[in-house]
Design a protein around this ligand. Structure first.
Ligand SMILES: [Zn+2]
Length: 379
């Protein structure tokens, strides 16, 4: 067993990180791990942290490894923001922490999971720490791509690139780690386009599979502007359903725990002012998180929708590349019959534009309607 077991399909990146653990000459104080969503950036970062703390370089079973992996190691700090950005105060806290020697392990490791969400001021604060390395402190920054991180940070860290892991490797992980049946694991890995977390969710949650199929089905249904408006509303509500099912339970749990910590009676109709203030601060935080999550869910739905046009294009070109939507081959075929390659490419462009606009804070429904209008089937 090794901490690298769950870092799948990343031989080159793992070799680089392992070398750094084994050879002080290959080690450095700042690392930047990039890779597409779902490629396992944060898994790789934690594995690296564990390997650095482990007396035998990452056995996955000792106390150091286990605590580093589950986030409870005293010298491993993970900043995983659920908000839209990482604030300068958060960055400053990390910088202050970075100045301290490790308390139990050989290294102090600070992982920033979403370095692309650093505000400009937060990035500046962090840059100072990268410019003046402290012995025994290691920064591991994660981001989707190099372009997502300001150039001064890039130039002061070593870059390790993760790839999209092969579908088979993702399926094998689901079977081995999560006990998912092989056929289901393969379907989920393919449908999720190798996004490990999504694949697991699809494999385990029938609701998620149904929602995905509903999204894909939209591709063949838009025949008029009226249909387009309806399809946009459907997409938005599918995403809404997906994000509310995932957050409702968690929000309620957080609220209950907060009330308990404050010694308040959860059943009371009105709460004392200091409790109300804390609860409303929590609600604000939850709302920010919901906004980000909702946007991510819409984006994933668009990735799903994109995949069916891509598949149709593959069918038209007669290329032997595997389809993402093998389970919906009939629908892919139909789309390939009614749309030309140019039209399919046009549809893919329209989806790409909608993703960009939503990423740039255009209200999702607005962007989705404009997109859906361009997705009308040819008459
Ligand atoms: Zn170990």
């Amino acid at each position: 067993m090794s901490v690298w077991d769950e870092v799948i399909g990343q031989d080159e990146a793992v070799a680089t990180l392992r070398r750094a653990v084994a050879d002080p000459g290959a080690m450095t104080h700042g690392w930047l791990l990039t890779g597409p969503p779902g490629s396992g950036r944060s898994v790789a970062a934690r594995a690296f942290a564990a390997a650095l703390q482990c007396p035998t370089g990452g056995c996955a079973t000792c106390r150091e490894c286990r605590t580093a992996l589950d986030g409870s190691h005293a010298d491993v700090t993970v900043l995983a923001t659920e908000g839209l950005s990482i604030r300068v105060e958060q960055a400053r806290d990390l910088v202050a922490l970075a100045a301290h020697r490790p308390s139990v392990g050989p290294w102090r490791v600070i992982i920033v999971e979403d370095a692309d969400r650093l505000t400009e001021r937060a990035a500046d604060a962090l840059l100072k720490a990268l410019e003046e390395p402290v012995a025994r402190t290691v920064w591991i920054l994660c981001a989707p791509s190099l372009e997502d991180v300001i150039i001064t940070i890039r130039s002061r860290s070593r870059h390790v690139r993760l790839r999209t892991p092969p579908v088979e490797a993702v399926a094998a992980l689901l079977v081995r780690r999560d006990g998912i049946e092989e056929h289901m694991a393969l379907y989920a890995a393919r449908a999720a386009q190798s996004h490990v977390g999504l694949a697991r969710r699809l494999a385990r949650d029938e609701g998620a599979r149904i929602r995905r199929r509903d999204v894909i089905a939209l591709a063949g249904k838009i025949r008029s502007v009226g249909d387009a408006v309806g399809a946009a509303a459907d997409l938005a509500s599918i995403a809404e359903e997906e994000s509310s099912t995932s957050s409702a339970e968690r929000d309620a749990g957080e609220r209950a725990r907060l009330l308990e910590t404050l010694g308040a009676d959860p059943a009371a109709r009105t709460q004392p002012p200091h409790v109300r203030a804390q609860v409303s601060a929590l609600e604000k935080e939850q709302k920010t998180r919901a906004t980000r999550f909702g946007r991510d869910v819409v984006d994933r739905s668009l990735v799903d929708l994109l995949s069916v046009y891509r598949d149709a294009l593959i069918v038209r070109s007669g290329s032997p590349v595997a389809l993402v939507n093998q389970d919906m081959a009939e629908q892919v075929q139909r789309l390939a019959q009614v749309m030309s390659s140019e039209q399919l490419l046009g549809a893919m462009d329209a989806i790409g534009v909608a993703r960009e606009r939503i990423g740039a804070n255009v209200p999702p429904l607005l962007a989705l309607e404009a997109m859906a209008v361009s997705l009308q089937l040819p008459r």
